[in-house]
Design a protein. Structure first.
Length: 450
C-alpha cells in the first residue's frame, strides 16, 4: 500500500471447504529482478507472468526514471528496452518505492555504482526499515550516502566515477544484500566476490547467468557459497516467464490444510530449493501435500501443489531453514494454531526488520484470537489445538503478510477474524480476495481488484 492509501478493514468468516485449481500471481522476487536486469541489458526483453503488484509497479517506475522504456502490452506481456550498464540517467525527481523493500535495496545496488545522484523515498513502513546492511558495502565501493539516522529512508546516493570491486562476506542471511552487492558489481571493473555463509534464494545468480554475465558459484573449504562476478559485461536481452510465487501460494495452501473438507491444487508454483522451506515444514507437520507435474522454465523448477485438509502436529522447525521460508512464518504460525501440541520456530531475528516487526505482530495477532504463544527475542512458540480460535481483531502495521495470514485464520477458525487494513495486500497479491472467493473463501469488505 502506498502511504497515500486509506486503510480498509476486512473480515474473514469460517465457511465452506476450499476446493478447486488455481494459479497465484508471478513470483515477486523474480518479477523485480526481471525488470531490473532487462533495464540493464542492451536491447528489448519480454517478461510474461509478471506480478503486477504495487511493489513491482514501483520497481517498473524506478527503471523508467533511470532511462529504460518499460511498457505493458494488451496481452499482459511486458517489454523492456534496456539502456545498458553505465548508461543510467539521473532521475528528474525522487524515486518512490512505496512499501517495496526488495525493490529499493536492489535499486540501491544498481545506482550505487553509477555516477549519478538518486534520492529514494518510501511509505511509513519502508521508512522504518534499515538500509545500512546494503549501504555499508556500497560505501566500500565508493558510493556517497546521505541518509536519516540509522541509514533509513529517505536517502540519497551518488555513485563514484569508477566503483571499486570488492570481496564482501554477507553478515546476515539476506538475499537482498547479496543481490545488491552483485548488482553494484555489474558496473565495477574487475571481479566482485560475495561470500555467503548461509545460502539464500539464488534468483539473482541464475538470472545474471541467463543474461550473459560471467558469474560462478562454488563452495569453499568452510562450506560457504562463494559467488564471483566479472564486472562490466554486456547483458543480452531475454524472454522471461515468471513462475507462481511460493510466498503467495502459501496462503491458499495453508488455508486448505486447516479448513475441513478442503482439496486444492495450486498450479505452476516456483520450486527453487531456497524457497520451499514452508512446504518441507508442513509435510513434517503431517500435511497431505503433494508436488505434482514438476517441470522447468527459464532455469527454474516449477510444479503443482496439491493439498488436502490435514491433522497437523506441532514440531520444532530447524533454525537453519529460516532463510528458505522467512516470509512464510506468519502463515506458518497460523497453521501451528490448528496443530496438536507446540510448534517452536527459532532463528527469526530477521522478522524484527520486515515490513513490520513481524514477530511481535504475529504474536499479538495470535493472542487476540485465543491462541497461546511465547514470543522470544528471536523465536516463537505456538501452542495449537485450542477450543475457540478466532473472534479477534488484528493490527497489520501496514504489513501485507500479516493481513493475509490472519484472514487465512478466519477462514478456518471457529469465529471470524478482523484485520484492520486489507488495502496493504495489493503490495504483493492483487486479487487475493477474488482468488480466495473462487475456491470458497468468504472475506468481506475488500474493494474489487485490491
Amino acid at each position: 500500500m502506498s502511504h497515500a492509501s486509506s486503510p480498509l478493514p476486512l473480515t474473514a468468516n469460517p465457511g465452506k471447504p476450499l476446493k478447486g485449481r488455481i494459479s497465484v500471481p508471478g513470483d515477486k522476487s523474480i518479477s523485480h529482478r526481471s525488470i531490473m536486469l532487462s533495464a540493464l541489458a542492451v536491447g528489448r526483453s519480454t517478461v510474461r507472468g509478471i506480478l503486477e503488484s504495487e511493489d513491482v509497479l514501483n520497481t517498473i517506475a524506478a527503471m523508467r526514471a533511470l532511462g529504460a522504456r518499460v511498457e505493458r502490452n494488451d496481452d499482459g506481456i511486458w517489454t523492456v528496452d534496456g539502456i545498458g550498464l553505465g548508461s543510467l540517467l539521473e532521475p528528474e525527481s525522487v524515486i518512490d518505492f512505496g512499501n517495496a523493500g526488495t525493490g529499493v535495496r536492489l535499486a540501491l545496488g544498481i545506482v550505487g555504482s553509477h555516477p549519478i545522484a538518486t534520492t529514494f523515498v518510501g511509505d511509513a513502513s519502508l521508512s522504518r526499515r534499515p538500509m545500512g546492511r546494503v549501504l555499508d558495502p556500497l560505501r566500500m565501493m565508493g558510493t556517497q550516502v546521505v541518509a536519516r539516522s540509522g541509514d533509513r529512508l529517505p536517502l540519497s546516493v551518488r555513485g563514484p566515477e569508477t566503483p571499486s570491486p570488492l570481496t564482501y562476506r554477507v553478515p546476515v542471511a539476506s538475499a537482498q544484500v547479496k543481490s545488491a552487492v552483485l548488482l553494484a558489481g555489474l558496473n565495477a571493473p574487475g571481479v566482485t566476490t560475495v561470500i555467503e555463509p548461509v545460502p539464500t534464494r539464488d534468483h539473482t545468480e541464475k538470472m545474471l547467468k541467463g543474461f550473459g554475465a560471467d558469474i560462478t558459484v562454488e563452495l569453499n573449504d568452510a562450506g560457504e557459497r562463494v559467488i564471483r562476478l566479472v564486472g562490466q559485461p554486456t547483458l543480452k536481452p531475454q524472454d522471461i516467464t515468471v513462475p507462481g510465487d511460493p510466498s503467495s501460494a502459501a496462503f491458499p495452501i495453508v488455508a486448505a490444510l486447516i479448513t475441513p473438507g478442503s482439496d486444492l491444487v495450486v498450479e505452476d508454483v516456483l520450486l527453487n530449493e531456497h524457497r520451499t522451506g514452508l512446504f518441507t515444514t508442513l509435510k513434517e507437520m503431517g500435511a497431505n501435500l503433494e508436488i505434482e507435474n514438476i517441470r522447468e522454465t527459464g532455469g527454474e523448477e516449477i510444479g503443482d501443489i496439491h493439498v488436502r485438509h490435514s491433522a497437523l502436529q506441532g514440531i520444532t522447525v530447524p533454525a537453519e531453514r529460516a532463510p528458505s521460508m522467512i516470509d512464510e512464518y506468519p502463515v506458518l504460525a497460523v497453521a501451528a494454531s490448528f496443530a496438536r501440541g507446540e510448534t517452536h520456530m527459532p532463528g527469526l531475528a530477521e522478522l524484527r526488520v520486515k515490513e513490520s516487526d513481524r514477530l511481535a505482530a504475529v504474536a499479538r495477532g495470535l493472542e487476540a484470537n485465543g491462541v497461546s504463544c511465547r514470543e522470544g527475542e528471536t523465536d516463537l512458540t505456538v501452542t495449537g489445538g485450542g477450543n475457540r480460535i478466532g473472534g479477534g481483531s488484528v493490527t497489520t502495521h501496514l504489513d501485507h503478510r500479516i493481513a493475509m495470514s490472519f484472514l487465512v485464520m478466519g477462514l478456518a477458525g471457529h469465529e471470524p477474524v478482523l484485520v484492520d487494513d486489507g488495502a496493504v495486500i495489493a503490495t504483493s497479491f492483487p486479487g487475493f480476495r477474488e482468488l480466495m472467493r473462487s475456491i470458497g473463501g468468504e472475506i468481506d469488505g475488500l474493494r474489487e481488484g485490491a
